[in-house]
Design a protein around this ligand. Structure first.
Ligand SMILES: [Zn+2]
Length: 300
């Protein structure tokens, strides 16, 4: 086995690099700017029978062991934003564990607008707790902690999470891995997660984030199971993007139909009748009739 590998880049050029080179090394060798803008990479194995593969998202720090077609993803790639926000969810979990070490962890995916993480803890989180957690996240960003990957034999991983009482992580390991498989673990500070990744290289990349809300969710969606607390947040590559997002949220709140309905005297909801029944006031009733008339005309 040769100790160099071939790396094919999107512009068609090819590089030879030592086996075990990382995508971050490749990015650095192209330009320092690319290296600092890089979020993750997409690697497609080169060789017979591999052409149809769409490639795997990988950590920038993952060693490349075989000939590969490589695309470095930056903040311009939608897939990179998912990686960035999922990594932000890890940051949230790490901060929660620092402040509330008794918390048990569920999962923390990226969503359309940001990310969430599910936590199990008998005491509900308060809005003040969210502020504390945000501060702690900021500290962990300053520390620029790496998202370090380790592999463990499945049994060892299971035992480790079992010892901590992490029933949800144990469930995920049992559900998603085979008995003889090695499991993939990521460490961010004191926070250890069973996760396939990929993630950004380190927490210092997360420049702009905000925790948005808390909601209840049942473990596995079953009301007989413990109730979890789902903390929602969002993150962006720059403070400006975050500010724009928060501004839009505020504007949307002002246009919420509950607020407008009251302000414009259009309708009300009576507690006695329940939230499903709308009581139209005369202005709202008029608008409704005009909309219905318009719709009937369209149908005809
Ligand atoms: Zn993860």
């Amino acid at each position: 086995m040769s100790d160099t590998i071939k790396i094919k880049l999107p512009d068609g050029s090819e590089k030879q690099a030592p086996r075990g080179t990382t995508s971050l090394d490749v990015a650095k060798s192209i330009s320092p700017r690319l290296a600092s803008a890089a979020i993750a990479a997409k690697a497609t194995a080169l060789g017979p029978g591999k052409e149809s593969s769409n490639g795997d998202l990988v950590d920038l720090t993952r060693p490349l062991e075989n000939d590969v077609e490589l695309r470095i993803l930056t903040d311009k790639d939608p897939e990179a934003l998912q990686v960035f926000r999922h990594s932000s969810a890890h940051l949230l979990a790490a901060a929660v564990l620092e402040l509330f070490p008794e918390t048990k962890l569920g999962h923390g995916p990226a969503t359309d607008n940001g990310f969430f993480y599910d936590f199990y803890r008998p005491t509900p989180f308060t809005p003040e707790d969210l502020e504390k957690i945000e501060k702690k996240m900021q500290e962990l960003v300053q520390q620029d902690l790496p998202y370090a990957r380790e592999f463990l034999p499945r049994d060892e991983g299971l035992q480790r999470f079992k010892r901590e009482g992490d029933f949800m992580k144990c469930h995920f390991i049992e559900q998603f891995t085979a008995p003889d498989e090695k499991i993939s673990i990521y460490r961010t500070g004191k926070f250890l997660d069973f996760c396939r990744g990929p993630h950004i290289p380190s927490t210092g990349r997360i420049k702009a984030f905000r925790l948005l809300s808390i909601a209840g969710a049942y473990w596995l969606g079953d009301e007989k199971n413990p109730q979890l607390q789902r903390i929602y947040g969002t993150s962006f590559y720059s403070k400006k993007e975050l500010d724009d997002f928060l501004h839009k949220q505020e504007e949307a709140k002002k246009r919420n139909h509950h607020v407008l309905g009251k302000q414009l005297d259009l309708f009300s909801i009576q507690e006695l009748a329940g939230p499903g029944l709308i009581f139209w006031h005369h202005k709202g009733g008029l608008i409704r009739k005009q909309m219905e008339d318009w719709m009937r005309d369209e149908y005809l």
